[in-house]
Design a protein around this ligand. Sequence first.
Ligand code: T4K
Length: 368
Amino acid sequence: MSDKKIYVTQPSLPPLEEFIPYLQQIWDSKILTNGGPFHQQLEQVLCDYLGVKHIALFTNGTIALVTALQVLRITGEVITTPYSFVATSHSLLWNGIEPVFVDIDPLTLNLDPDKIEAAITPQTTAIMPVHCYGHPCDVVRIRKIADTYGLKVIYDAAHAFGVQLHSGSVLDHGDLSVLSFHATKVFNTFEGGAIVCPDAKTKQRIDHLKNFGFVDEVTVVAPGINGKMSEFNAALGLLQLKSIDEALAKRKAIDARYREALAAVRGIHCLQDAGEQVANYAYFPILVQPEYPLSREALYQKLRDNGIYARRYFYPLISDFPMYRGLPSAVQSNLPVASKAASEVICLPIYPGLSNEQVDFILELIVG
Ligand code: T4K
């Protein structure tokens, strides 16, 4: 085994020479940003590829989340999961909204619909669930609860690029869904993100809000932000999309290799899918349980000592960070399932460039 480090992920990149003609076009046209031709093309091809009606591209997923809350004029309290990347809750704080943490389902590690209603107060205006690791939330039950109480639903779908339910794209659910195209994601534009929305009117409002609120040269209709994706990132996205199916197939094969080898290992639980018709294999989380001979920390360290930089996504819980831990909903007794998952999880490396030999080396360390 080489002593090269293996990280939890490594971005897929196209051959550099294939990107040069795109750069040439940008250099020729001098259109670098503000909804240029690559930006428009990428929105169109992503709608086609993902099977959704409208997409607004953003500079990253976090600004897209912050803007999505502005689009729907969300205020007061929003019900969300503590088991996610901090950007989910940070987007609420940036809007002056109080996150109300609700526990997760032990099988999917997504927001538990059974626990949502008890957390609703007169101040609640929305639910912000996360399709964690790309596994779909219980979108039907969440919609039902939202409709009953008159709440909006904004999905943090940062992990859910390309995921399909039997009914179609998972991104079709909720009032808005937010994607991330960060370097570490299944589909990357270096940095990038998007809001998926169901109708042209909402898309127009998003487009205004991500461009300072400008409608035309002299009209500003809202205190918008600068969230626009540049032509460089959009051009890269167009090229990346050409190899996405191949990349997803490689991820699927790695997922299968891990699963087969780990199925019989006592104390290692591989997370199952959550009913998706098409998965994206964005992450490979395992839960290290008491029957395993090593603790989670000991296995994490053993992997590191051997050059495997697996990650404990999502430990610590968002609710344990200083800016959240004073909230009434952040107490551990309110979040037993999330607390347990955060103490057991390790995300193993998974990315298209990971070789079978590397996967087998990781497996040897866990199984052997
Ligand atoms: N919502 C959710 C549920 C999210 O997971 C995220 C982002 C967001 C919202 C926000 O979307 P963005 O605003 O980011 O578009 C990473 C990512 O930075 C973050 O995008 C991602 N979630 C989160 C789950 O993971 P870190 O701090 O773990 O990243 P880092 O730099 O340690 O990268 C992990 C490994 O990836 C490195 O050890 C090596 C490899 N890597 C990373 C980068 C950046 C590369 O090989 N090349 C690279 O350029 O947060």
